[in-house]
Ligand binder design. Sequence first.
Ligand SMILES: [Zn+2]
Length: 162
Amino acid sequence: MDNLYFQYTNQSLSVNLIKKAYKQMIHYCAISNPYETGGILIGDYSSNQMMANILQATPPPKNSIYAKHNFWRGCSGLQQTLDTAWKSGQYYLGEWHYHPNASAVPSNTDINQMISLSKDKKLKCPEPILIIIGGSSINLEISINVFSNNGHMVLDCVEKLK
Ligand SMILES: [Zn+2]
């Protein structure tokens, strides 16, 4: 795949994160530090649904609320972004957010939010992905997690390209 930056995998799903989407997240984190920030992930699946390609990471919607240890993602403008993406065969894949100067491990609140998103019929995304960027600007950490009714899986990084 062109421009692949990270590939994360477990037995049932691989997540490919392209460099552009990674750079978008890093940029929004840098301008938000020391506050949390985040947005949604947009991309597509392989035809056998075994591989998710994250092609875009959006900036925080305008009505989001930022704190040092919390982030509430707003929804202003997201439907329009998703409608535009849909025309090129891309969909909502999940969420991303930033834990400034902290671990990239999802909190209990993060886990509960993602499980409730997985049950949200309107989103049509039964296995949403959560990317968390943590650490400091000189030593970034990233975790890629997938959620479903059955709970939470952390994917292992198998490939990191420059
Ligand atoms: Zn969090």
